[in-house]
Design a protein around this ligand. Structure first.
Ligand code: BMA
Length: 328
């Protein structure tokens, strides 16, 4: 395995972490909770909605189960967590759902998710009316995940970004960002590569989608996750073997043909730096956005899981994010 070493990385100066981070943590949850992170966030029916991942561990720090929790907010900062989890899967075949991503299309709220099964890892899309019931519209063949939906049809088709795992053909984790479209959110095809890991200078391992894209006059603005490995880097976090670093990046896609990357920041948007990102977590050094909200003021709220342990918020002005995306 030959790998260029990435070295130190810093966040872009235009992005500001919310000083009260984390916005949600296990202590805020009224039922059993250990790690609260990788949430999907959107604005729906006049308020902010968050569906978050909750991994439950026992006192010996052994993993027990995962469920999805639900929270509402009027300002996107203070969250009212609902008394019960909103979705949990666990049967002979389907082991758990996690990493929810929310997108509103034509007034309906859709949720992409990852599902671990006994026969591989599947990417799913569900629709919900009120977050008490999720109707699954499609589940991919293994292995695929990190699906995110665009908030409107493009050329008449629904569009998603996704990250399949080509472990045989590429030798090891060399994962890229792909795009597919669908006439009905059920049948997916026309798949094409959107961005290769080799095009992201701050990744040497894998990349993929993060939060669902937002529409701007210049193009679809979207976050990515980008991972690097350094053989010198020690174990980092209370998970027994964790050594990777996950950064968030920012990319601009063509409005009419989002498989075309038209701009990209060559440095990370968010690199792990804050104490809750680099210290004391399950997997330190992980930043993973799952929600991006563009406000009328031009402020962009980016929600991200930090250290696979808590849910955080960072903001930037949309013009500054667009300015970061150099033409490619
Ligand atoms: C990935 C997923 C994410 C997680 C990330 C970092 O494989 O499990 O949910 O945030 O690893 O641990």
């Amino acid at each position: 395995m030959s790998q260029n070493i990435i070295g130190e990385l810093k966040s872009a100066p235009c992005i500001v972490r919310y000083p009260g981070n984390p916005v949600l943590a296990a202590k805020d949850i009224p039922y059993q909770a250990s790690l609260v992170f990788n949430a999907g966030v959107t604005k729906y029916q006049g308020r902010y909605v968050m569906v978050f991942r909750n991994d439950v561990f026992n006192d010996e720090r052994r993993f027990q189960y995962t469920n999805l929790g639900l929270a509402f907010s009027n300002d996107g900062i203070a969250w009212d967590v609902q008394p019960e989890p909103c979705w949990q899967v666990g049967d002979e075949e389907n082991l758990r759902v996690y990493d929810p991503r929310l997108t509103v299309i034509d007034g309906r709220c859709y949720m992409c998710f990852a599902m671990d099964t006994r026969h591989g890892l599947r990417g799913g899309i569900a629709v919900t009316e009120d977050f008490s019931k999720f109707d699954i519209l499609s589940l991919s063949v293994p292995d695929n995940r990190n699906m995110v939906l665009f908030p409107e049809r493009i050329g008449g088709m629904y569009v998603r970004l996704e990250r399949p795992f080509p472990v045989y053909s590429r030798g090891r984790d060399r994962f890229d960002m792909w795009m597919s479209d669908s006439p009905d959110l059920k049948y997916w095809g026309n798949s094409s590569l959107a961005l290769g890991v080799e095009h992201v200078p701050y990744a040497n391992d894998k990349i993929g989608p993060a939060a669902p894209p937002v529409k701007t006059s210049k193009g679809w603005l979207t976050t990515i996750h980008a991972v690097d490995l350094d053989p010198e880097r020690g174990k980092n976090g209370w998970e027994p073997a964790w050594r990777k670093r996950y950064c968030a990046g920012i990319v601009l896609l063509d409005l009419d043909d989002p498989s075309k990357v038209i701009g990209m920041c060559r440095e990370p948007l968010l690199a792990p730096e804050a104490p809750y990102e680099v210290d004391g977590g399950f997997r330190n050094n992980v930043i993973f956005p799952g929600g991006m909200v563009l406000e009328d003021t031009g402020e962009v709220k980016i929600y991200y899981g930090a250290a696979d342990t808590v849910e955080c918020l960072a903001t930037a002005h949309v013009d500054d994010l667009l300015a970061l995306c150099e033409a490619v």
